[in-house]
Design a protein. Structure first.
Lengths: 199, 178
């Protein structure tokens, strides 16, 4: 899909430029866009390097585990099919906490470990279990407390108040995650009613 | 309410930046500076991995905008989207968000450059970028890692949740900055 979008953007751009009789714009835009990409990375480098260092400290201080303890009751509610003391539960809450702290690089391995452990509980190995679908729904809606990269980019483009979007992001991500959880429950119930998959 | 939100926005980051090292050093006895350097090193590879994506996407987006194609799209969709409170320039970003995180980030920086990060569009794009994750990437990596081939309703839920995050971002941005 990403391939199609990329080609469509480029090709419509070239065609429209040609129709407008301004084909020279394309070369300029290519060079300008590429330069912009490198400049953005330069700006990102400063904030990402700092933020990843800080988050490493958070990880070493056990803040991921502290947050995990806090959200454990929520996880019990979200994953009723996972036994209480199964190791999968530990990986699930660790994955959620790492995501909330914006530790993307730590969150993915934890999420994959959770998937592996959920697979042990899964009776049909090629079909996603209820808990797997929930893990996916929660992960794709992306609960993050501090959107550090976005703040960094806003700074780079001269925002007078780069952190202004922290509250709106929190509210939006909270609403979206709540929706994802409800949609997950709704489609599961509908599937049961239709008698699609029997567990 | 707005006052509290403003206060929270201004203070959350400084408080976190102060709290983490102090807590780690004084209570958990973590060698904070060495740990910081250790983690910061990974920042390099993270950004370097992003570079080709940003260059590729920004070239495509810039060609699309500079050629006048973006203007055509905006003009065509404006009568449809304006009553809903959706700026048409936001559409490419909303479409890209579930497919490619670096792609939507590229569109966001293009919006920052063209309209400014403090414009309504800039704030909307910022909120959108942080409010969601790349559904198709997560789906492929997570299910692929354990060999799940029947995803049941997971794709539907992921994409509908993305739509929900677009609507939520629009709603919240209008509410706070509209």
């Amino acid at each position: 899909m990403i391939n199609a979008i990329w080609v469509i953007l480029l090709v419509t751009g070239v065609i429209v430029a040609a129709l407008n009789g301004r084909i020279d714009v394309v070369t300029e835009a290519v060079l300008g866009g590429a330069k912009q990409g490198v400049i953005v990375c330069g700006g990102l480098l400063s904030i990402v390097v700092f933020w990843m260092g800080l988050m490493k400290i958070a990880e070493a201080a056990g803040l991921v585990q502290s947050l995990a303890k806090l959200i454990y009751p929520l996880a019990r509610f979200l994953y009723p099919s996972v036994p209480k003391d199964h190791p999968a539960m530990g990986s699930i809450v660790a994955n959620m906490s790492a995501n909330m702290l914006g530790l993307g690089s730590a969150a993915t391995p934890l999420g994959l470990k959770a998937m592996q452990q959920l697979q042990d509980l899964n009776p049909h190995k090629d079909r996603a279990s209820d808990a797997m679908c929930t893990l996916l729904a929660v992960n794709t809606s992306g609960l993050t407390i501090i959107p550090a990269t976005v703040i960094g980019l806003r700074m780079q483009y001269g925002s007078t108040n780069p952190t202004q979007i922290v509250v709106t992001t929190l509210l939006a991500t909270f609403l979206a995650t709540t929706c994802a959880v409800f949609l997950d429950r709704y489609f599961r119930a509908r599937e049961r009613r239709k008698g699609g998959w029997q567990v | 309410m707005m006052q509290v939100a403003q206060w929270f926005a201004a203070w959350s980051l400084p408080l976190i930046i102060a709290f983490i090292p102090v807590y780690a050093y004084l209570i958990k006895k973590v060698p904070v500076y060495d740990t910081f350097i250790d983690g910061a090193k990974d920042g390099f590879s993270t950004v370097l991995a992003l570079l080709p994506h940003l260059v590729g996407m920004l070239v495509a987006v810039t060609v699309f905008r500079e050629s006048g194609a973006m203007e055509l799209l905006v003009n065509a969709l404006n009568p449809l989207l304006q009553p809903l409170g959706v700026p048409p320039e936001f559409l490419p970003m909303a479409l890209l968000r579930s497919i490619s995180g670096s792609g939507s980030m590229a569109v966001m920086t293009d919006i920052f450059q063209t309209h400014g990060p403090d414009s309504f569009l800039g704030r909307l794009a910022s909120t959108m970028q942080g409010a969601s994750d790349t559904t198709l990437y997560v789906l492929t990596v997570y299910f692929g890692s354990v060999g799940i081939r029947k995803a049941r309703y997971a794709v539907k839920v992921g994409l509908l949740a993305d739509l929900a995050s677009v609507i939520a971002a629009l709603f919240v941005t209008h509410w706070f900055f509209g």
